[in-house]
Design a binder for this molecule. Structure first.
Ligand SMILES: [Zn+2]
Ligand SMILES: [Zn+2]
Length: 336
């Protein structure tokens, strides 16, 4: 294919023009009618563009192939970028196209923070969003605003994907968190979510946990969203207390019990599952005491600050109570 004079003219100072007009872009090389440009927004948001000039360029559009070592294939091919690029090209038929097309890509990567976690974002939409969970993303700021509405209760939580994600973890906007659920339950799960995010990007203090393997940064967006929304906020509202089969929370937020010895007060045990105080208290203080009590949902040992007694103490207390009861019955018998 012979090289046309228009393209040659455009290529003569292409490196300079790309450098000055397209943020984050560099002309890597050109051979004949093929030009290579790389765009590197951050370490994890990079694009390699192979640009082909056709014989009748610029009357026909440039052919641009996109590759990336860091971005999801789906983002490049499936739906988004290639189509948008084709659309943008139409405006520049008959004119120089390299700079406007590269600028379009560079701007796209700048204005769509969720590019860096496209797969996770899709997974969140598929697995976390539902008729109870609504997601409003603010692409430019990387903010994912979730609204969770279920059984008369509502929570709102914002997660922010930082520019250098996933090296830096998602952050949870604790100040703007809102929920009709009681704070004594939501406050620890927010703290735990922050901790979950941190664990994705920072090695543990106790290196033994890694079992000799090097620490690897993990993506935190889906992980934190799942913990916070599916496994906590939504679970609280959808769940029945597995000990009595009644809904854990009443449907009206104003009916939620605040007194922590109220039988219907909701307790969250160590594994994360919730029960009524009264139901849990009865379970813990009822035989058998020879082994630890298990959570009926996940079978982990039930642990809670409020019930720290050993099985022996509980057994003694139970025996004492039974003896008292017998004494009482004997007295009643005697009196009759
Ligand atoms: Zn219950
Ligand atoms: Zn459990």
């Amino acid at each position: 294919m012979s090289f046309n004079s228009q393209a040659l003219k455009e290529l003569s100072d292409i490196s300079e023009r790309v450098k000055h007009n397209v943020p984050y872009a560099t002309v890597e090389s050109y051979h004949g009618n093929v030009l290579f440009v790389s765009i590197s927004r951050t370490e994890r948001v990079t694009l390699d563009c192979t640009i082909l000039f056709t014989e009748d360029y610029p009357q026909s559009p440039l052919i641009i192939q996109l590759k990336s070592k860091t971005l999801a294939d789906e983002l490049l091919k499936g739906m988004c970028l290639v189509k948008l690029l084709d659309e943008n090209c139409k405006k520049f038929i008959g004119q120089y196209q390299v700079v406007p097309q590269m600028k379009f890509l560079s701007d796209y990567l700048t204005e769509n923070i969720f590019c860096c976690c496209f797969d996770e974002f899709q997974k969140i939409k598929r697995e976390i969003c539902s008729k109870w969970v609504e997601l409003k993303p603010k692409q430019k700021k990387g903010i994912a605003h979730f609204k969770i509405t279920c059984r008369g209760h509502e929570s709102q939580v914002k997660l922010t994907v930082p520019l250098n994600y996933p090296t830096e973890a998602v952050s949870i906007d604790i100040k703007e968190f809102q929920s009709t659920l009681p704070e004594y339950l939501t406050s620890p799960i927010l703290k735990q979510a922050v901790e979950e995010a941190r664990k994705c990007v920072e090695p543990p203090l106790n290196v033994k946990v890694l079992k000799g393997k090097p620490f690897e940064i993990r993506p935190s967006f889906y992980h934190v969203a799942k913990f916070l929304i599916l496994d906590s906020l939504l679970m609280f509202k959808q769940t029945n207390c597995r000990l009595c089969s009644e809904p854990a929370f009443p449907d009206k937020p104003e009916d939620v019990r605040a007194y922590n010895r109220d039988p219907m007060y909701v307790e969250r045990v160590y594994c994360g599952h919730i029960f009524h105080f009264g139901c849990l208290h009865k379970l813990i203080n009822t035989p058998p005491f020879n082994e630890n009590k298990q959570c009926p949902v996940c079978k982990l040992t039930i642990y809670h600050e409020r019930w720290k007694e050993t099985p022996q103490v509980l057994a003694d207390r139970w025996a004492h109570k039974q003896a008292k009861q017998r004494e009482l019955e004997e007295v009643i018998d005697f009196l009759q």
